[in-house]
Design a protein around this ligand. Structure first.
Ligand code: AMP
Ligand code: ZN
Length: 464
């Protein structure tokens, strides 16, 4: 497997800490509102990454957090608390908001065939872990107490700017432009590990700590949850590009300070989905959710198909015209597959060849458009029997997850048993000389596009 590593800024051969196993951590949603389809693009990419590794024969151990505490409207410890904002907007408690939007998120994932990670943990369930980590960082001199909050001292971190490629001067400019500069920090880039001197006195989620009643900063949750479930050596950490700085940068600083060694080898980031006016957001213009697309009549999997058409490292611009094109192509593809003859007739000669091609596409920094092209190549290949085509497409769909075959078989089976029941009923009607009923059944099926064909021996059917 070759992947682009944000840490080294190059495509690299993936070498796991333990042979055949991928320890993968992916940042989860902040559950103060519905996910927008941009967020969902990132989760589709991570799903393909996980399934791609499985196709290559790896065992993937994947962990994801749910951010239900600590994420402020600015990623750099300023602004309002997002969860509290959600609770105020809807007149509910923070816990109710978190539960509601966590469920909504997984419903979206289900519609997009995004597998739920093995471990999904809300940030608020692991306060003891963060307290333990922060205490150790204070003891070891990586963190300091100031004005009631605990801060991480970035001057103690090794290569703090490696992941983002930023430099301290960039940050100084950022801080000068920021209205709410935090005077309690030693260095403008320092970040909060634990808030007590919170401006949110009405914060629902607060816990006792050695530093007083308070709550954790946003970054510590991912270091805490990842370390707890995946250990101190992580193979891959993912998220959208906006997470590179400061979130992932700060995760590296605190995890390496805590563990005392390099923590994660590969950082893989998904580019954004933009709308035609630029960055997608939850507050501006039409808030693009998966439910909105469904209300407009789109199949959620057309959106998945749309995302797979471009590489995860390229900005993708959303428009309804582009989605229409994707939906068209997706439906046409499914129709072509639906017409394949299902009579068992497997020819093994070219199976390895195509499976190797699939592995190549996956290993080539997750080239999803090549994976899709391969489905079309299989359909076009005249040396393959229809059944072999179905076999291969079903195999590729373990990664693509576009319901290219499965759904059709289920529907067909359902339809077939319905028709067979009707034929049985009609045979009985004929035996009973109830010809009116027999004709009514024939008419009923015809209206549904199913024509009965009577021969001497038996009745068969045709789909019109
Ligand atoms: P959040 O719920 O804001 O914590 O974001 C959830 C995930 O979506 C993170 O991995 C973000 O990096 C990612 N993300 C945010 N905006 C976009 C976007 N416009 N396109 C793709 N991914 C995004
Ligand atoms: Zn995270």
């Amino acid at each position: 497997m070759k992947l682009y590593n944000t840490l080294t800024k190059q495509v690299e051969e993936f070498i796991p800490h333990e042979e055949g196993i991928v320890r993968l951590y992916t940042c989860g949603p902040t559950v103060y509102h519905f996910a927008h389809i941009g967020n969902l693009r990132t989760y589709i990419f991570e799903d393909i990454l996980e399934k791609g590794f499985q196709y290559l024969g790896y065992q993937v151990k994947r962990v994801m957090n749910i951010t239900d505490v600590g994420h402020l409207t600015s990623d750099s410890d300023t602004g309002e608390d997002k969860m509290l904002q959600g609770a105020e907007r809807e007149g509910k408690t923070v816990y109710e908001i978190a539960q509601f939007y966590t469920n909504a998120f997984f419903e979206d994932c289900k519609k997009l065939n995004i597998r739920k990670p093995d471990v999904v943990e809300p940030a608020s369930h692991h306060i003891d872990t963060y307290i333990e980590m922060i205490s150790k960082m204070l003891e070891d001199g990586y963190a300091y107490l100031s004005n009631g909050n605990v801060y991480f001292d970035v001057s103690k971190a090794k290569d703090y700017y490696q992941l983002s490629g930023k430099n301290p001067e960039d940050l100084m400019v950022g801080v000068r432009d920021t209205v709410e500069e935090d005077k309690a920090k030693r260095n403008p880039a320092d970040f909060v590990l634990w808030f007590t001197d919170s401006k949110f006195k009405n914060q629902d989620m607060r816990w006792d700590s050695p530093w007083g009643l308070g709550y954790p900063g946003w970054h510590i949750e991912c270091s805490g949850i990842s370390g707890k479930y995946l250990g101190e050596y992580l193979d891959i950490h993912c998220g959208g590009v906006d997470n590179i700085f400061p979130h992932h940068t700060n995760e590296i600083a605190q995890s390496e300070a805590y563990f005392g060694h390099k923590w994660c080898n590969y950082w893989v980031h998904g580019e954004h989905l933009n709308d035609q006016t630029g960055k997608m957001s939850k507050s501006k213009g039409e808030f693009l959710t998966l439910s909105l697309l469904q209300e407009k009549g789109y199949n959620p999997l057309s959106y998945r198909y749309f995302c797979l058409g471009s590489h995860y490292r390229k900005v993708l611009v959303f428009s309804y015209e582009a989605l229409d094109q994707a939906e068209n192509a997706y439906q046409k593809l499914k129709n072509r597959i639906r017409k394949l003859d299902r009579t068992p007739d497997l020819h093994e000669e070219k199976i390895d060849y195509y499976q190797d091609k699939m592995k190549e596409a996956i290993s080539n920094d997750l080239n999803t458009s090549s994976m899709l092209t391969l489905v079309y190549d299989v359909l076009k290949d005249e040396e393959l029997t229809d059944f072999t085509k179905l076999y291969l497409i079903e195999d590729f769909d373990k990664v693509l997850s576009l319901n290219l075959i499965e759904e059709e078989i289920e529907v067909d089976q359902e339809l077939e048993s319905y028709i067979l029941e009707k034929i049985e009923e009609r045979n009985q009607a004929k035996k009973d000389k109830n010809y009116a009923l027999a004709d009514a059944i024939r008419e009923e099926l015809l209206k549904k596009g199913i024509r009965l064909v009577d021969s001497k021996e038996k009745t068969t059917y045709e789909i019109l």
